[in-house]
Design a protein around this ligand. Sequence first.
Ligand code: PHB
Length: 368
Amino acid sequence: MPTLFDTNKAGDLALANRIVMAPLTRNRSPNAIPTDIAQIYYGQRASAGLLITEATAVSHQGQGYADVPGLYGSEQLDGWKKVTHAVHEKGGKIVVQLWHVGRVSHTRLQPDGGKPVAPSAITAKTKTVLIEDGVPTFVETSEPRALTSEEIPGIVHTFAAAARNAVETAGFDGVEIHGANGYLLDQFLKNGSNQRIDDYGGSIQNRARLLLEITRAVTDAVGGGRTGIRLSPVTPANDMHDTDPQPLFEYVIKQLATLNLAYVHIIEGATGGPREIDDRPFDYAALKAAYRKAGGKGAWMVNNGYDQALAEKAVADGADLVAFGKPYIANPDLVERLRVSAPLNIPDKATFYGGREKGYTDYPALSN
Ligand code: PHB
């Protein structure tokens, strides 16, 4: 019987167990540069089978929150190099999440104070975080402008360049394409946010085109065996909706099956919230079956609200990897705690976003 503690493979990556640290935004990278304490934070968590970094902007335009890191400047890459080194020294594996927020941004975070970009000029009813005088402040996102068709190849190129920077320069074991949670690629996928009339809007095939072009470009840059992707079929996060998500995501997953990805990472339900949403049913087993039937061999990673019992059940039912979010904020040694069924530290919401060591690198491991 498979367990959470089995070694496992995700594409080219040999993993020590099936426990994954989910991407978690922490807003502790002023000027988009990971600091000295990021090395400690990720290093403390290196016993996970795989660490996925916090979402990391592929370009300045792709940034939507204060003090989130990037992958497009040399100082940013130098900061990340120290992080990957710290994790590798402890025998861990780490991939970076490639992020373009699209419309979930604010003019104050954009190059030259411009409008955020989106598939269509539809403002998301959601908030972002600015940091003013060191204090995180939630503000409404700004009205976006629709990307022109001519701008789209540049977006694809930006993802591929960030992936190359990540693996070749910063020393990451791979990358995860952020296709979830109402950010740019999810905005293109879903018809609540995409009303384009060009090749990138309308039909399912058209709405999936950008995500698939980017995934192909990233696999060309760093190899499918080093590329994962995160999807959230029904999350309402960031004002998202689609009138018919099942066929949309089954189309996407069948296309992804041909790209030899390391893994597919699925958020079940509402990100960070309920796993079941009454008016948004979704058949995840059918999604996985469609992927396997189409020849997809990547590891199947599940996420959202897992505790030990639910994770063990998921693995027994055939999930390859389970990603834990909030438990990883407060439990650097989550693998060991699950192994011995030790109680978990409780994360402190007040220190999730912004600040320094407090609530970041000071959660105790069991032996402390
Ligand atoms: C957030 O910063 O709130 C955030 C970032 C990335 C996600 C979800 C939430 O995927």
